[in-house]
Design a protein around this ligand. Structure first.
Ligand code: PCA
Length: 329
């Protein structure tokens, strides 16, 4: 990981703070919608980022985070930032894969299954992603991965055939497609609402990280977690490009520095949270472990179908990202 960044970032932050102290500007308050619970590591990282910007700009820009989908629900956050209803916010971009397949690059099954590979894929995708977002009046500030995605069920599952007819909670196109291909019934539900969905039987299964299962205490309704490492989707902190352009150079320097620190700290949190939350699921009474051979093989086949579909939808841009990623291996 980028160890040299810290020194650079601190210098950047200090330069920003020094310039700012030379002349006080008007104070602004930025509401920052976030979709996941306040206790989630993404939200904790966002809160630190907000504090860093507020302190670094000496209160010229005060960022106030609103976790748990309290200001805008996950699915509405991107549009809220684009239209200026919120100046800044965090979103799982793969939730908007229908707008542009590039947003789903982090949810291609078995393409990048470890933190190291997810970091490489992100590096390969970043220039294209930034360009696509810029065309939508969005400026990317930082991005943090979720831990690897595994499968949750209410029973032991040995193969894809065992999944037939199960009500499956989806959070983006890729997860809905996974349900279709495995004979399950997808129902789209925000993370903030899954505890209730599982308790009432609206959903009986999902693919997600140990972290989300732990945050939502899913052991109250579910019994099995298969650690299949399907992919590591990412959350992205975005700012409205007009708002970004309206900030001073000194403020930009502080925001960029804080964003870099947040990406670094958030990524480490994700790594450390992985085992911790799997242990938490186990302590809650769940059976946690790898998928059996049959299930693994069945899922690989489905992954191949989904990869081909993604490449087809993402066209030249998608191919260029995958080529750049493969060249880093
Ligand atoms: N948690 C989020 C997205 C990926 C993850 O691990 C969710 O389940 O909604």
């Amino acid at each position: 990981m980028k160890a040299s960044m810290t020194k650079q970032t601190v210098t950047l932050l200090m330069a920003g703070a020094m310039t700012l102290s030379a002349g006080a500007a008007m104070a602004e308050k930025w509401d920052m919608p976030m979709a996941y619970s306040a206790s989630n590591f993404h939200s904790a990282t966002g809160a630190e980022f907000a504090k860093c910007v507020t302190t670094g700009t000496q209160g010229e820009i005060e960022i106030v985070t609103h976790p748990g989908g309290s200001l805008f629900k996950g699915g509405d956050i991107k549009r809220a930032i684009q239209t200026g209803q919120a100046p800044i916010g965090e979103r799982l971009l793969s939730g908007h894969q229908n707008e542009n397949a590039i947003f789903g690059v982090d949810s291609v099954p078995f393409l990048a299954t470890s933190f190291d590979d997810a970091a490489k894929l992100w590096k390969a995708a970043q220039p294209t992603m930034k360009k696509v977002l810029e065309e939508q009046n969005l400026t990317l500030l930082y991005s943090v991965p979720w831990p690897p995605q595994g499968l949750y069920f209410k029973k032991a599952v040995e193969s894809v055939a065992d999944m037939e007819g199960i009500k499956f909670r989806s959070y983006n196109n890729a997860t809905a497609r996974l349900a279709e291909l495995t004979g399950m019934l997808p129902v789209s539900i925000e993370a903030a609402e899954i505890s209730q969905a599982f308790a009432t039987g609206v959903a009986e299964s999902m693919v997600s990280s140990g972290s989300t299962g732990y945050d939502r205490k899913v052991w109250e309704s579910l019994s099995h977690f298969y650690d299949v490492n399907a992919w590591l989707p990412r959350n992205y902190v975005l700012i409205n490009s007009d708002v970004w352009k309206g900030t001073s150079d000194a403020q930009k320097a502080v925001i960029k520095g804080c964003a870099e620190l947040a990406e670094y700290a958030g990524t480490w949190r994700a790594v450390e949270y992985t085992q911790f939350t799997l242990n938490g699921l186990r302590d809650g009474g769940m059976t946690v472990g790898p998928a059996g051979e049959q299930l693994t093989n069945d899922l690989k086949e489905i992954g191949a179908v989904m990869s081909a579909e993604w490449l087809e939808a993402a066209g030249e841009n998608g191919k260029a990202i995958i080529d750049a990623y493969n060249a880093m291996q």
